[in-house]
Design a protein around this ligand. Structure first.
Ligand SMILES: Cc1ncc(COP(=O)(O)O)c(C=O)c1O
Length: 451
């Protein structure tokens, strides 16, 4: 009964859509007050909005989410990427619902996790073996541990502006306000042991010459190189990933692709298929859990064997134990998501909607004479408000951040939800969504250029 009512209400909300934005309901006001009282900063540690536009999500369906007051938003935040099919896709909901009767977690082998392991290993070029964990941060953390175990060397090289989650090794020079000279790291968080600053070397994305020089100088102490092959929204220059592959191979340093975002998004086989460069290890998350907590380290069998408990006594064993490793409900959701993605024409649809929106955005930027460009690939991109080249983090730093903040706020007022610096596409986005979004963008630019 309740479920039917909920479905009807969502349909109704979709119909009234953005044309009649509701004032905030008392329920929603109260929830926001409680959030402020119990959650530091009133946030869950993810996207946060200014007080005047803050909202509480009630539900998501397809390309839209709905707040507690009945407003609909075309959603380009998409749960930070996992919801590539859109919210509450019927096939995913049905698969999860059916499985729930069988239990939630067992802390040992289960059927969906094994099927998902097979599906990922068959799809991803570097994946011979896989170890599941729960978050993207864990996946990169354990991929780095695997690389250090394999090489018996401690230091890690990562790229300035690259984000690999919130663990101590990852939060180095991801978003420095004042970057240091390469390869010195700037910690992004309080509470990170100072000693780790020396353990992480920082290189400029897309600058093969400088990166190679750092690797050549430090190869004797480098345990691994981790990179987002498509860094945030920055595409790799032709030859950059190939060159990185070549120099890491020359010194037998494992190359780790952080595919938490790009996995099953840029292509079925991830960025490694899309850009044609195969790393030794990769971290996956987001899409493979279909919106549930699930992530994985994948890689060449030789490196991954260190996770094998038979090695426990050898000194080369990686301890990686997780209560929810390979959680069956998340695996079911992931499998159902992958099955949908594997259907003929799915990626074509994803790319074509993204293409239309990107080009529409670029045209509007030009029409309004706003300094800016659309950076990214069709399934994930954003506007960067600068005319300087955006090939690395320092390029992004040149943008007018105030303009970006206003752009995001104006869009939100018009029922378009996006992350602070990303627009994720889903296969649920329609041509009508794109058109409505571009109308909102045009109106936003009008307001922004007037003021
Ligand atoms: C490239 C990349 N790696 C790792 C992570 C961390 O994933 P999680 O938030 O699941 O820990 C993220 C999160 O957005 C990411 O974008």
């Amino acid at each position: 009964m309740h479920e039917r009512w909920e479905d009807e209400r969502l349909t109704h909300e979709r119909e009234i859509g953005m044309a009649q934005r509701q004032v905030r309901s008392t329920d929603e006001e109260q929830l926001l007050e409680k959030a402020k009282r119990y959650l530091p900063g009133g946030t869950l540690g993810n996207t946060q909005f200014a007080d005047d536009v803050a909202f509480v999500v009630r539900a998501g369906k397809g390309s839209k989410i709905f707040d507690m007051s009945g407003n609909a938003y075309i959603d380009y935040l998409l749960g930070s990427g996992p919801m590539i099919l859109g919210h509450a896709h019927p096939a995913v909901v049905a698969a999860v619902r059916e499985y729930l009767e069988r239990g939630s977690t067992y802390f040992t082998l289960n059927e969906p996790a094994i099927h998902l392991a097979e599906a990922i290993c068959q799809a991803v070029p570097c994946a011979e073996k896989i170890r599941f964990c729960s978050t993207g941060s864990e996946a990169t953390f354990f991929a780095l541990r695997a690389a250090r175990t394999y090489t018996k060397k401690d230091k890690i090289l990562k790229f300035e502006g690259g984000y690999h989650g919130s663990h101590d090794y990852a939060l180095m020079s991801s978003s420095p306000t004042v970057p240091k000279d390469f390869p010195q790291a700037v910690p992004d968080s309080a509470g990170i042991p100072r000693v780790l600053e020396d353990q992480v070397l920082i290189a400029p994305f897309n600058d093969l010459e400088t990166t190679s020089a750092i690797i050549e100088r430090h190869h004797h102490e480098l345990g691994g190189v981790i990179v987002e092959p498509f860094q945030r929204i920055i595409t790799p220059r032709p030859g950059f990933l190939q060159g990185l592959r070549e120099v890491t191979q020359r010194f037998a340093i494992p190359l780790i692709f952080d595919e938490v975002v790009t996995g099953f998004r840029l292509a079925w086989g991830g960025a490694q298929e899309y850009y044609g460069v195969v790393p030794d290890l990769a971290a996956f998350g987001k899409i493979i859990g279909g919106g549930y907590p699930l992530s994985a380290v994948v890689g060449h069998a030789e490196v991954m064997e260190a996770f094998n408990p038979d090695r426990e006594a050898s000194g080369d064993f990686i301890a990686q134990i997780g209560t929810l490793n390979g959680n069956p409900v998340a695996a079911v959701a992931g499998l159902a998501t992958l099955q949908q993605l594997h259907q003929e024409g799915t990626y074509r649809q994803l790319f074509s909607m993204g293409h239309a929106l990107r080009h529409g955005l670029a045209d509007l930027l030009k029409r309004f004479g706003t300094a800016g460009q659309v950076v990214g690939e069709d399934p994930l991109f954003d506007v960067v408000f600068t005319d300087e080249p955006v090939n690395d983090y320092r390029g992004v730093l040149t943008q007018n951040r105030e303009l970006l903040r206003r752009f995001n706020a104006e869009l939100l007022k018009r029922g378009i939800l996006k992350g602070s610096s990303k627009m994720y596409m889903s296969v649920a986005h329609t041509a009508a969504d794109v058109e409505q979004t571009l109308t909102a963008v045009r109106e936003s630019f009008e307001v922004m250029t007037k003021a």
